[in-house]
Design a protein around this ligand. Structure first.
Ligand SMILES: [Zn+2]
Length: 375
């Protein structure tokens, strides 16, 4: 084992490329975190007032519509808690969207059904064409990049935005949040907004046609966000989001059942977190989630270090997930080993819109800030 230095405040370590530490051993992610919470996280009366006027505005804008907002439901804690807040606490009238990419565990499907039933929310499930999606996933595995979840994350986002436009819904209320998700090294995972990367990787390694796969090109972003004015609202940044308490509430109020791991509602995601990233890249995403929980005061550093001592999944489960993935993607053992041992690549090795995105992001976040301030 190589020498690894761990941050003295969180649990990020030198498995992250370009991590830096100050004279007290505190890492750059801790510093970025403080910068982000002061910029994007609202607390106390400010949070309450902002959220109340936002809710009022959503109700007002959607009063003649069947739904006044859109939410995504995966069956996980964040999105379930958002569904609970939106419907039960704030009395909004959401339409829920669920993406079926073929990998959801039985428990996650049961959770989604249970949640929408208990809350009385209409659910639209978008089912991806499995042959096409399998082809895209295999292409991503063969590409050698770390974030093989981009096709799923992008498709969810695209289905949400396009459904919002189709139903004339202006607000998409999302479960992304600073408190539990903000520490993610850019070198670990490239974001999922970039349809050009999906097209580029698929053109290189895919066989099926990409037609019909939900995606958003640059002009779609301009059309939906700047012209049609669709807004994305990370509602958990406006409430005091304590994961443990949220879990308890959705368990008691909605009959939600635990999966025992972040994003483990999907078997592919579990394979991605617990097998693919640690084995091929040496990344343990738990470090980033646990670090965010430490910095938001929800767990201690000692507890996080203890949790990191055990593997992300029990050995038996890793083995069965690996076998399941190989079989479902119709790979041979040899093909799979080639994938695991092939050179590591990044998005820069393929066509991408990263440069344009960097400029466009500023524009989108300016538009978003403006709309929030107007409230
Ligand atoms: Zn740190």
């Amino acid at each position: 084992m190589k020498d690894v230095t761990i941050c003295s405040k969180c649990v990020m370590d030198t498995t992250v490329l370009n991590i830096s530490f100050d004279e007290n051993g505190v890492c750059n992610f801790c510093k970025d975190y403080i910068h982000r919470i002061t910029k994007d996280l609202y607390t106390g009366d400010e949070a309450k007032n902002r959220l109340e006027s936002l809710v009022k505005r959503i109700k007002e804008r959607g009063k003649n519509n069947e739904y006044d907002c859109l939410i995504g439901v995966s069956g996980g804690v964040d999105s379930t808690y958002v569904a609970y807040l939106v419907k039960k606490v704030y009395g909004l009238r959401p339409l829920a969207i669920h993406l079926d990419n073929g990998w959801n565990s039985e428990l996650s499907v049961a959770n989604v059904e249970q949640i929408v039933k208990r809350l009385g929310i209409d659910l639209y499930t978008h089912v991806l064409d499995w042959e096409q999606f399998r082809d895209i996933q295999v292409a991503f595995l063969r590409s050698g990049i770390s974030n093989i979840e981009i096709p799923t994350d992008h498709a969810i986002w695209a289905v949400l935005v396009k459904t919002a436009a189709r139903y004339g819904i202006r607000y998409i209320i999302a479960g992304n949040n600073i408190v539990t998700e903000s520490i993610m090294p850019a070198s670990w995972l490239y974001g999922s907004k970039d349809a050009r990367l999906i097209e580029g990787i698929h053109a290189t390694f895919g066989k099926e046609k990409l037609k019909g796969f939900p995606r958003l090109a640059l002009y779609d972003y301009i059309n939906y966000f700047l012209v049609k004015g669709i807004r994305w609202i990370p509602i958990l940044n406006y409430v005091q989001y304590i994961k443990k308490e949220a879990k308890q509430i959705i368990t008691d109020e909605l009959g939600w059942r635990d999966y025992g791991g972040k994003h483990y509602e999907s078997i592919f995601t579990r394979f991605f977190h617990a097998y693919y990233l640690p084995e091929k890249f040496g990344y343990d995403l738990r470090r980033s989630y646990l670090s965010a929980l430490i910095l938001s005061g929800q767990i201690t550093r000692e507890d996080a270090l203890t949790e990191l001592e055990s593997p992300p999944s029990p050995a038996e489960q890793l083995k069965s997930d690996r076998e399941y993935v190989i079989k479902k993607l119709r790979l041979s053992d040899i093909e799979f080993e080639e994938i695991m041992n092939s050179p590591k690549k990044t998005f820069r090795d393929y066509p991408n819109n990263d440069g344009i995105w960097r400029r466009f992001n500023g524009l989108v976040s300016a538009a978003r800030q403006r709309i929030i301030r107007v409230n």
